[in-house]
Design a protein around this ligand. Sequence first.
Ligand code: UD1
Ligand code: CA
Length: 459
Amino acid sequence: MSEVAALVLAAGKGTRMKSGFVKVLHEAAGAPLIDWPVAAAREAGAGRVVLVAGHQADRVQAHFSTDPAVSFALQQEQLGTGHAVACAAGALEGFSGTILILCGDVPLIRPETLQGMLAAHRDLGAALTVLTTHVDNPFGYGRVVKGEGGRILRIVEQKDATPEELKINEINSGIYCVESEFLFAAVASLSNDNAQKEYYLTDIVLRAAEQELLALAFSVDDPDEVMGVNDRAQLAAAGAVLRKRINESLMLSGVTMIAPDTCYIDSGVKIGSDTIIHPNVHVSGNTIIGSECVIEPSVVIRNCTIADKVTLKAGSVMADSVIGEEAAIGPMAHLRPDSQLGAHVKIGNFVETKKIVMGEGSKASHLTYLGDASIGRDVNIGCGTITCNYDGVKKHRTVIGDGVFVGSDVQFVAPITVGANSLIAAGTTVTQDIPPDSLALARVPQVNKVGWVKKKREG
Ligand code: UD1
Ligand code: CA
């Protein structure tokens, strides 16, 4: 089987996005547009990917800087799709095989469709196979003029078409399989003698006919797959299709979603079976959620690792954190980055955490701020507890040993270390370390002035 390389055209600016950022870096379903065709091409078997970049090429290149399988070709001036491919000849020098050409702004193409096209291309011995589809309104697209046996005779652009040709409703998707030797010779021979004065990649169909090589159409049923993103309305429409696919695949793998249309789950998020996701949940980034979890309404999760049987109650927000098995978080808790919570931990309402480690079975059930702290196992943090971690200049740590009981309304003026199994009385401001097994108490003694209010009122 011949090798496959992918060539993704992404030099265009995307004028209709009305944006300071190049179109292909705008996100759909949590990933830049360009990621989708690149991933589809790889899944379909492309071993290497060449991106043709032009507008903001440095930004596009930076996005792939850690990916050794992606290389770049620069198209300084956008002289047309044929010219764009010609610019990639150097980057693919020495490559011999099939080149899968895709557009950076066509994110909905499925890897299975590309695989089907590649298989047909090979089986039928074509030099060029064009992915086409039938649409009700072909306006703006290149029309596919067919001959016998699925052969393509020509592709005519909207602006160059005759009234007869404009009636054709089979359109060019802009996605192709082409044999490398034929491709680079063909694009080198293109002219720009057409309505747009551009070098049209589509004119390679004529070159195939001249050389008596086979140019075929491979038609896809779902026109969504070849939908291009030109403006922000189409960006949202493409995002909705991608999210629907993600949710459907999660549900088919055993995740219950009560109202999938209201949930926004990024590609790459992993969720175990029998986890239940309530309405309005957002899960993004590099997140892994275990099995048998319950995620209540309006929970927002970014870059978290969540073990099995965890309950995330309504309105909780968390980022860059780790949650152990059978822990319960919220409602309305805020886990800020680097909160590492052990198994069976309980974090209740209006509790904020940041940069903490909390051992198995520990609890902070109400109205608390825990920052820059190491908290042992089976610690009870009373309502209204605050780690005073910041002195206005530096952050300091609070270390609380196993089995400590912290009463309500306690402040830890860090740095502070509390020994295991100590008890801190309610209302205490802790300013000194506490040895293990001790009672710490720091309150102004209470004075009752009997009858004082009555006397004041009457006097
Ligand atoms: C192209 C096809 C048309 C097809 C349509 C599908 C040609 C001549 N026409 O038209 O038959 O129906 O796509 O969407 O190919 N690009 C570059 N450099 C350039 C020009 C374009 O990299 O010089 C990139 C764009 O960034 C984009 C893609 O190529 O990703 C398609 O370019 P676009 O200008 O949108 O082509 P269309 O005119 O829509
Ligand atoms: Ca276009």
